[in-house]
Ligand binder design. Sequence first.
Ligand SMILES: Cc1cc2nc3c(=O)[nH]c(=O)nc-3n(C[C@H](O)[C@H](O)[C@H](O)COP(=O)(O)O)c2cc1C
Length: 341
Amino acid sequence: MPDTIGDRLRKARKRVGLSQRDLARESGVSYSLITKIEQGERQDARLETLHRLARVLDTTTSALVAGDASQGPGIPAAAPTAQWDGVRAALADTATDVAEAPTVRGVQAAVDAVTQGYRGGNFTELATLLPALIRDTHALADFAPEGAALRMRALTMTGRLLTQTRQYDLAEQALDRALRHAPDTRHAVASAPAPDEARELLDRLGAELLDADAFLFAVPMYNWNVPAQVKTWLDLILNHPRLGVHGDWPLKGKPAVLVLSRGGGYGPGTPKEGWDYATPYLRRILAEVFGLDLHVAEAELTHAFWNPEMAELRGLAEESLRVGHEQAAEHGLRVARLCRA
Ligand SMILES: Cc1cc2nc3c(=O)[nH]c(=O)nc-3n(C[C@H](O)[C@H](O)[C@H](O)COP(=O)(O)O)c2cc1C
């Protein structure tokens, strides 16, 4: 069984019948770096580099980083601390001198891809990708202003993820480091926009809704309600002259799917029945204020997949996820048919 990144790279390269020089030419990664990785001289290739290699080799970046271990289905039942050793090492590593300089585009793409992985809940894969991402964003922040904001995103996502998997000491390190670098991202922190900017923002956000034929809203529950960002967005949109309460209902009857996820459970008879303020609020706004033709797909008890204290609820969580997927597929088909008609 190949177990180093070099072994995996060589195996993937041979599988598609490329020489090291072919691979270098097609991926744009230097021949010398490819040979060094394959010979085990470099274990810390940039995520961006691995992504370029993976594309040519018709495999995934995480398969190169972690092999089969990265293919696990989502959240492990009890995340072993050792799984996060790579993240621990990357958080401690503050070196920024690198053989291959990362690019803003490459790192941006890597941050977006890892954010997708985060949303998909594949924690095993994230544990393998985050160390390289933390190093890449740190190196980039050293010479590109955009790097500071990307580093902030990578570190706060790492902190959130580690909090959810109860690796609190590491989460603190990640968030601490994000805070330490916060002054670098001053320009990216939103302050109250000036009136002209606010109007422009409202026009832009409103146009996004007015131009759409169908809608997908994906909203997790945060502290028994919608996330503050969603509330802020709605507060803005409801000021729009056409979309707000005094508007002319331009979205009336358009198809919309609302996808909801909740870490806990709030059904009838549960201890927290009635604590879900997110779902009724969103239904009210989307269906009654905007007048959308709203269909809901929801999954709850999502934290049962990783939280040992909720282990006995895993069966219910699986059932909820199954129903949620069915609802999503049904609504998705419906919207697609309507849009095609
Ligand atoms: C800041 C925060 C607050 C949360 N509060 C709740 C909550 O009050 N009730 C709940 O059921 N789940 C709560 N959750 C869990 C999310 O609803 C759950 O993780 C969701 O399935 C996925 O969203 P995520 O991918 O952003 O974590 C919270 C999560 C976060 C990050």
